[in-house]
Design a protein around this ligand. Structure first.
Ligand SMILES: [Zn+2]
Ligand SMILES: [Zn+2]
Length: 244
């Protein structure tokens, strides 16, 4: 399997980074985790075949993780996509998707797609399988609006990939990431505690419990980006590809 960080930035484009969008591919698996506002141009920049993507997992409804969907869906429609597509995310996703479609492209939510589109609500700790991909959502903590908030532990082709999404520290991150082949963790600040987000120092204090086989940091603010060269961890960058 291969993971490409199509975008790994925060909501403010810190460091010129694009909004969150990870592309995971293997022999049979082909899916996105999150589809932030900048994702369609980012996918095209990376020459990724959008028409081969089977599944888009959405962690929460903030624009830097979710607002790329109207662009993705319109592009799919106009590029004559035929492959069925599943979009899965927290409860309320059907309504939220219609709202963002209408806000950005009026009447677009009423257009019948030329391909089969399923929008699926996921509940915390209720495992679901989509083709080659098995997803276990974990509840995380990220404030009062834009939720529910889910982190995902994904198993595909014998590998485990876990992603914290945006969250402050919560004990669910331990089973989420435990022994994962790849643990993608938010590290929004270095040590400064910020409500609703994770600092690297907080994450580090729990790494002994989580014991991921590999850790990659994402969703970093300017505070973290200014320290990248001195960090003892791998940090994501836009376009970066890792083999799983
Ligand atoms: Zn975010
Ligand atoms: Zn967020």
């Amino acid at each position: 399997m291969q993971v490409q960080f199509v975008g790994c930035g925060d909501a403010f484009g810190s460091g010129g980074r694009l909004n969150t969008c990870f592309h995971v591919t293997g022999d049979a698996a082909n899916f996105l985790i999150d589809c932030g506002a900048s994702s369609l141009p980012a996918l095209k920049h990376a020459s990724i075949d959008r028409g081969a993507i089977d599944l888009i997992l959405i962690t929460h409804f903030h624009g830097d993780h979710f607002a790329g969907l109207p662009f993705f869906l319109l592009d799919a429609q106009f590029s004559a996509r035929t492959r069925p597509l599943v979009i899965a995310g927290p409860q309320g996703i059907e309504t939220r998707l219609k709202q963002v479609m209408e806000a950005l492209f009026e009447n677009s939510s009423k257009t019948a797609q030329k391909f089969a589109l399923s929008v699926v609500s996921l509940k915390p700790e209720q495992q679901r399988t989509f083709g080659a991909v098995t997803v276990t959502p974990f509840p995380v903590i990220h404030g009062e609006s834009g939720g529910p908030f889910l982190a995902y532990r994904v198993e595909a082709e014998g590998r485990v990939l876990a992603y914290t999404a945006d969250t402050e520290w919560t004990e669910t991150l331990v089973p989420l990431g435990r022994n994962a082949d790849l643990f993608i963790a938010e590290a929004y600040t270095y040590e400064r505690a910020i409500k609703n987000h994770l600092s690297l120092k907080t994450l580090e204090a729990h790494l002994g419990d989580i014991r991921p086989k590999r850790l990659i940091l994402t969703h970093m603010s300017d505070d973290m980006l200014s320290r990248l060269n001195a960090l003892p961890h791998v940090a994501a960058s836009d376009g970066m590809v890792v083999e799983l």
